[in-house]
Ligand binder design. Structure first.
Ligand code: R5P
Length: 324
């Protein structure tokens, strides 16, 4: 298929280099040569070490820990690429930070995800490719095209292969209900919902209500992200108290900050399944966490964007989605 730009270049910042390497392997391309580092005064510097003139350039950067540094790296790389006359720049964001600050739901609070969208655009990105935004409407914060991918089917394929005999999908909160419904459809099983209410602006949550039947089932809890683990572990406890037979947990973005690992270790969750949209550092690797890759999903999408081919077709049931 003919592309509209010259060659593809794929660069990465420092936040998720392993995923960037795996994406390049999928599309059979060497990772672009660039240096990006911090001076002792914490100023970040970037140098692109190959020509990108009129090329179709993709910058892969998860906006994960250290979050604000990852954001600055992304913006600075985009600026460098723009000044190097790249033909088109796509910010590939396997994880988009600040997604939970997406509305003015109290007086005098920011909408930081909108601010971040503006910053990425002003830096010079022409397109964005991202995975499971916390809220779909964040896509509309950008005035440039956004390909918003989902990795739910990657999680679902894993659980289907497990051949659970009597599963029920449980959404850890109402805001996540649509994602959970799609997941339950893929697992061909019923859905239950937990109504969760946050008790303040910090990370404390309280589980209030369980809607649906879980007793006697294998519960598969799903959320878009696990941050401190509070929501997921409380949800797990809630369904354990209802008499489920087994508890699995799944999320796209395993942030696993602060007390998350300790909480998970003490929880009744027997296996947690996440993706590599955010890297799982050595310190967070415990035996019952399974990591699935989004490299093929991103690689396929990058090739389609470059070729001007449909990205939506990737998600049509029955389509043979990926190259082998
Ligand atoms: C919130 O609305 C999200 O869907 C997740 O439930 C939340 O990010 C999880 O945070 P934590 O793990 O700190 O409870």
């Amino acid at each position: 298929m003919p592309g509209f730009y010259n060659e593809i270049n794929v660069f990465t910042g420092n936040s998720n280099p392993k995923l960037a390497k795996d994406v390049c392997e999928y599309i059979n391309l060497p990772l672009g040569r660039a240096e990006i580092f911090e001076f002792s005064n914490e100023n970040i510097f970037c140098k692109i070490n190959e020509s990108v003139r009129e090329n179709d350039v993709f910058v892969i950067q998860s906006l994960s820990t250290p979050v604000n540094r990852s954001i600055m790296e992304l913006l600075i790389m985009i600026d460098a690429l723009k000044r190097a006359s790249a033909g088109r720049i796509t910010a590939v964001l396997p994880y988009f930070a600040y997604g939970r600050t997406d509305k003015k739901d109290q007086p005098r609070v920011p909408i930081t995800s909108r601010l971040l969208a503006d910053m990425i655009t002003v830096a010079g990105a022409n397109r964005v490719l991202t995975v499971d935004l916390h809220a779909g409407q964040i896509e509309g914060f950008f005035n440039i095209p956004v390909d918003h991918l989902t990795a739910v089917h990657i999680l679902a394929d894993y659980f289907v292969a497990k051949q659970l005999t009597n599963p029920v999908v449980v959404s850890t909160d109402l805001g996540n209900a649509k994602r959970a419904r799609n997941f339950a459809e893929l697992l061909n099983c019923p859905l239950a919902l937990i109504e969760k209410r946050r008790t303040g602006n910090d990370d404390r949550t309280s589980v209030l209500n369980l809607i649906g039947t879980v007793k006697g089932h294998q519960a598969v809890l799903i959320d878009d992200e696990i941050d401190t683990g509070g929501s997921m572990v409380q949800a797990a406890q809630r369904v354990a108290d209802e008499g489920v037979t087994e508890i699995y947990a799944a999320c796209i973005h395993g942030i696993l900050s602060g007390p998350a690992i300790e909480r998970l270790k003490k929880s009744p969750i027997q296996e947690l399944v996440i993706t590599d949209s955010v890297p799982l550092t050595q310190a967070k690797q415990i035996p019952n966490i399974k990591v699935l890759t989004v490299a093929r999903l991103l690689g396929e999408c990058i090739m389609r964007v470059h070729a001007g081919a449909s990205v939506g077709a990737l998600f049509h049931p029955g389509s043979s989605n990926f190259s082998s």
